[in-house]
Write a protein that binds this ligand. Sequence first.
Ligand SMILES: C[S@@+](CC[C@H](N)C(=O)[O-])C[C@H]1O[C@@H](n2cnc3c(N)ncnc32)[C@H](O)[C@@H]1O
Length: 303
Amino acid sequence: MKLMPYYRSADHAFNLLCGDTFELLPQFNFKFDMIFADPPYFLSNGGISVQSGKVVCVDKGDWDKGMSQEDINTFNYKWLSLCREKLKDNGTIWISGTFHNIFSVANCLTQLGYKILNVVTWAKTNPPPNISCRYFTYSTEFVIWARKSAKVPHYYNYELMKHINSDKQMTDVWRLPAIATWEKSCSKHPTQKPLGLLCRIILASTKPGAWILDPFAGSSTTGIAANLLDRRFLGIEREEEFARISKARREEIEDLKTFNAYRSKIPDVVKAEDNQIDLKMCCESEGVESLPFLSDENESKGR
Ligand SMILES: C[S@@+](CC[C@H](N)C(=O)[O-])C[C@H]1O[C@@H](n2cnc3c(N)ncnc32)[C@H](O)[C@@H]1O
């Protein structure tokens, strides 16, 4: 039986399932070139922070509520295990996190046979202040990059990363801003990632035409970055409210002017275009134009 997408773009390059990732992932057989996951960090415990000059509660939603360390480990082990089955043998996975979840993620990756390649530090150039004045300002997140197997080599676009970094080897510390106002044009997810971060990840580890999976899609930043860079996307998101934002974001870039304007706002994309390095790469998943396990009914309509 085929799965009904919540939304699928007319060119089939953007696909979104609305439902629980633990239930949906076992229901299809398809191997992706790359996975990006921004899972719950489990840090919504009533703390406070500052956003646009205002004191706000850091609670992001029920999906992000704190759990015991044992439950966090079980959760991470389970989804990382399901994702491993959805990766090509030479595929890689990126997982973002903070100290609340990232050590658990790293342990699970190792237990499951993934090989950790890098732990990238995303150093935010514009972090919110720490209003308690009892800690250093929280200004970093981590993104672990791992490959499926210790034995099978992965893809890394070394030359492009070096070009982006002013012809010096790209390091594992990325100084990038948090999301900008133009990225919130279709309303905002409470933990929306910046397109600049996702574009760097995608440019570094995939070729044009690649299939990318995001099992905790939120507002589908991964999918928008993928499509801006001529890659293809399947997202899974449980909350319809966020699936709706994803659909609106994808429809927004149907307009060529907006598509080009967004590309021009992302420095790595501009540099890749200048250099044409990325465009010269051949397409690995050329033959697969659409996901065979998705139903064509309701196409492009969403709900
Ligand atoms: C950290 S957010 C992802 C934000 C996303 N990177 C973005 O840029 O918008 C995690 C998302 O995972 C979703 N989620 C949590 N548990 C889920 C599950 N079991 N199945 C599907 N989605 C889930 C939440 O609703 C939330 O939108």
